[in-house]
Design a protein around this ligand. Structure first.
Ligand SMILES: [Zn+2]
Ligand SMILES: [Zn+2]
Length: 404
């Protein structure tokens, strides 16, 4: 009879034509159904508790309740552990049980509170149960864990410290390169390390602006590279092999001149890089000319010189004050010096032929084919590559006039 009632409810739901429903009505339905499922979860949990205490799963040939839940109830391992924990701990929390039975709190709220029982014991959670239930009415389950963490800290400071130390020991970072040359990062940081990194990345993430088609993940990736780049540029890192750490690019002149058939450039630790990337790097770098003999042996090594001398760089910072790409306001620390006509093509390394461009917009020009040219009164005109849709990417137009 009972299962018939449930079947009747499901049949009614199946027969209902939902297309004419308004968004408000759909939202109400979803909330109501979720609430019903939460109430059902309690009924399920009540039965599971009795089933576990009677060791019903052993009678059915399973070695543990978790194994039975995974197989018979089709749960992932984490979900099976969670359901078992809720079933085990809810009976010691009458108010939480009643709230879940009535659908006043969600199953995942109950799961957070039940996990707290495992951490600090039923007695301690009972003392804080009214606070937890009030919090559950106002917070989603993830934020409710902040409240249970506080309770854990108050009730069991030694255990909290041991957990924090354990988390710290589990930190790691893998940085590996795929055969395509991409780098893959995988890691785990403790709470403090992660928050430190996030704070630094937040500071370096550019604000979104209309036309910026990067996803949040791409902006975060750019911020991480910028963090490393600025640290390298500052020259404050310890020396490695007698030199300040830096990126090293090797390329023949023919590659820089984009001659047909010229070989690719080479980047430290990485795959070959295109001539356009070599030209971008060469726009503003420290360069050493190496003359090779007939058997590719170095026969002469010149002095290391900067393509944009420090004095010119200072003048660019005073004049431009920020990236000169239209619409961009990245400060000088984020910028390379860019030759409007590349020095390898005969362009002068002078104020009249250079400007500041942030790393992203420097890439726009060299690798994506944007053209920069001087307009009236020191403005810079950016022209999109022919293949780009009009509204495809970023701001286009004329940069503000130069500072006088
Ligand atoms: Zn450049
Ligand atoms: Zn820029």
């Amino acid at each position: 009879m009972r299962s018939n009632t449930i079947q009747t409810l499901i049949s009614d739901l199946e027969r209902e034509d939902i297309e004419p429903l308004t968004d408000d009505a759909l939202a109400e339905d979803v909330i109501e159904l979720r609430r019903t499922m939460d109430r059902m979860e309690y009924q399920c949990s009540r039965r599971l508790d009795l089933f576990a205490r009677r060791h019903g799963y052993i009678t059915l040939g399973f070695v543990s309740l978790i194994a039975w839940l995974r197989r018979a109830c089709r749960l992932l391992p984490g979900a099976a552990v969670q359901h078992a924990e809720v079933a085990r701990n809810l009976p010691s929390l009458p108010d939480t049980s009643a709230a879940l039975a009535a659908g006043d709190i969600g199953f995942h709220h109950a799961a957070v509170i039940a996990h707290s029982v495992t951490e600090v014991g039923a007695e301690a959670v009972l003392r804080h149960e009214s606070t937890l239930l009030e919090a559950a009415h106002n917070l989603d389950p993830k934020y409710l864990t902040h409240v249970t963490s506080q309770i854990r800290y108050c009730e069991d400071p030694d255990g909290t410290l041991a957990d924090a130390n354990d988390n710290h020991e589990r930190r790691y970072l893998h940085l590996s390169q795929t055969w395509q040359g991409m780098f893959v990062i995988d890691g785990r940081l403790d709470a403090e390390g992660g928050a430190t990194l996030r704070a630094a990345l937040n500071a370096l993430e550019e604000m979104w602006y209309p036309g910026d088609e990067r996803t949040g993940r791409q902006r975060r990736a750019d911020a991480l590279v910028e963090l490393a780049r600025q640290r390298l540029d500052a020259g404050t890192l310890p020396e490695v092999g007698g030199q300040k750490p830096h990126l090293s690019v090797t390329a023949p002149i023919a590659t820089l001149m984009k001659e047909p058939g010229a070989p690719a450039g080479e980047l430290d630790w990485s795959q070959p890089i295109t001539a356009d990337t070599v030209r971008r790097v060469a726009c503003d770098c420290a360069m050493t000319r190496v003359l090779l003999g007939p058997n590719s042996e170095p026969i002469d090594v010149g002095r290391c010189t900067r393509t944009i001398q420090p004095a010119l760089r200072r003048a660019l910072v005073v004049r431009d004050r920020q990236c000169r790409f239209p619409g961009c306001d990245r400060p000088p620390d984020w910028c390379d010096g860019h030759h409007l006509i590349h020095w390898i093509d005969g362009g002068e390394t002078s104020l009249a032929n250079t400007c500041l461009l942030c790393r992203r917009h420097h890439r726009f020009v060299h690798e994506l084919g944007w053209q920069l040219s001087w307009g009236d009164a020191g403005t810079i005109i950016a022209t999109k590559p022919w293949w780009m849709k009009p509204a495809a990417i970023g701001p286009c137009g004329v940069a503000p006039p130069l500072a006088s």
